[in-house]
Ligand binder design. Structure first.
Ligand SMILES: [Zn+2]
Ligand SMILES: [Zn+2]
Length: 337
């Protein structure tokens, strides 16, 4: 069977190996789609922290069951499945408290262990979810949307809130779509006018603000001086992370979804006066995956417009460089297997 390995930064290779066999408690799966995300782009570019090569990338997966034993999820051969790509230990303090998303021993497919850029893969049945009527394209975007779902659930968002979401990449876009379903008024921010137009026209955010144009002033006007009761950073940019709290109201919460590499600095009196609740949001849980699945089933997300690029895997290596460039208009690229 064919697979693609990232041998070292900047070097993908298409190779062949023997198809694996499923061990007890595992299913044998045919991969249909692999979504490409920032993690994969960073791994390829060689600037992903704590990453070792060679590595088979791919954690945004859609698959079909080829072989499976008796299981509690009611899964059978031929079923399409959603894959939770975070393998958790089930024993650590986080797992014992139901927070498998931040397991102390977490192993993420395509990051810490080999992922889905292969024709066939074996995985523990415990990380599979029935995909019902979702298409393979929809299944492949459940994971990135679930990252946003988790961040929104962290903040316990309520209908009627006015919130700011900074960053109109795939994670931010997913958060905006879900926050709209919750019933929030959404202020989207980005530096890229094309992305801002996308979230205004396709997602229906209420305000699209370019951060180069006095964003604080604009949030003040939009909220009548109250500011936003919840602010989410989906950029991972240090400058954005440090200024996001400025858009937050007194008594609000600030949720960091994007990850930067170094230290962040906040002026204590400023965050103290607001009694800031500062939260980080990492990965997602089955509850988040379920929320996204229901949203997609209900037709509440423009999957066709979100997936801007789709290629068969044999063409991926030639096209991958282009997906590093925002000029290509890429939001989500998906590889077909
Ligand atoms: Zn991802
Ligand atoms: Zn654990």
């Amino acid at each position: 069977m064919n697979y693609i390995v990232c041998q070292e930064p900047g070097d993908f290779q298409l190779r062949q190996k023997v198809q694996p066999a499923a061990a007890a408690g595992e299913a044998l799966l045919k991969i249909h789609r692999v979504g490409i995300c920032g993690t994969d782009l960073h791994a390829y570019a060689g600037n992903q922290a704590f990453f070792s090569y060679p590595r088979i990338l791919g954690h945004e997966l859609s698959a079909e069951i080829l072989e499976i034993g008796a299981n509690d999820q009611g899964l059978a051969v031929g079923d399409k499945v959603i894959i939770m790509p975070y393998l958790s230990c089930g024993k650590c303090i986080a797992c014992r408290n139901g927070k498998t998303n931040c397991c102390t021993n977490i192993s993420v497919l395509g990051v810490h262990t080999d992922g889905g850029m292969q024709e066939v893969i074996t995985l523990p049945v415990a990380v599979l979810m029935p995909a019902g009527k979702l298409s393979h394209d929809e299944i492949a975007i459940v994971e990135p949307l679930a990252i946003g779902a988790h961040a929104l659930r962290r903040a316990n968002l309520q209908a009627g809130e006015t919130i700011v979401i900074v960053g109109c990449g795939p994670i931010g876009i997913g958060m905006m779509a879900l926050a709209k379903i919750v019933g929030c008024t959404i202020v989207a921010m980005d530096t890229n006018d094309q992305r801002l137009a996308f979230v205004r026209d396709e997602i229906g955010v209420d305000y699209a603000v370019n951060v180069s144009k006095d964003p604080l002033d604009q949030v003040m006007k939009i909220t009548d001086g109250d500011l936003a009761t919840a602010v989410f950073d989906a950029t991972g940019s240090r400058r954005a992370l440090e200024s996001g709290v400025d858009y937050m109201s007194h008594g609000g919460r600030y949720v960091l979804v994007g990850l930067s590499k170094g230290e962040l600095t906040f002026t204590h009196p400023k965050i103290h006066a607001k009694e800031t609740t500062l939260m980080c949001s990492r990965n997602a849980t089955f509850d988040d995956f379920n929320w996204v699945k229901e949203t997609l089933e209900g037709g509440g997300f423009p999957t066709d417009k979100f997936i801007t690029h789709s290629v068969p895997y044999a063409e991926m290596i030639g096209d991958f460089d282009g997906w590093l460039k925002p000029e290509t208009g890429v939001i989500k690229a998906v590889v077909r297997w």
